[in-house]
Design a protein. Structure first.
Length: 134
């Protein structure tokens, strides 16, 4: 079992390429004392894969785990947990495809719980993102 530790306030950016994580525990050391405006994982015109991983991302206030633009994000057999005091987003995307298969996604807020149920395509004006579960 391998472990990848991302240092405090760090991020991973994928542009015009692919990045795959396989059989990893990925732990982010957080964003202590500030609001995180960028994402931990950012993918633009690419592919981001998590297979058989456990991902833990704590935010001290607000935060976004994955930001996807015109890309593909695959979560397969992966546990993805994001915590924050106020607001958190596990995945924010524009013109992307998000595939979730046999995975568990958790967003935990201390002050304001946000509950969303995703099924099929999620339409929005000017762009579309598809959330597909299998």
């Amino acid at each position: 079992n391998a472990k990848l530790i991302l240092p405090e306030s760090s991020s991973v950016t994928v542009r015009n390429s692919s990045l795959a994580f396989n059989a990893l525990l990925i732990e982010h050391k957080g964003f202590k004392g500030k609001t995180q405006t960028d994402s931990v994982f950012s993918v633009s015109y690419g592919v981001l894969d998590f297979f058989d991983c456990e991902v833990l991302i704590p935010f001290s206030r607000n935060g976004m785990a994955i930001k996807s633009e015109k890309s593909v994000v695959n979560l397969c057999k992966t546990g993805f947990t994001v915590t924050a005091d106020s607001y958190n987003s596990v995945c924010a995307s524009v013109n992307s495809k998000i595939f979730v298969k046999k995975s568990k996604i958790s967003g935990v807020n201390t002050y304001r719980p946000i509950i969303a149920k995703l099924e099929g395509a999620v339409p929005a004006s000017g762009f579309s993102t598809k959330f597909l579960t299998r």
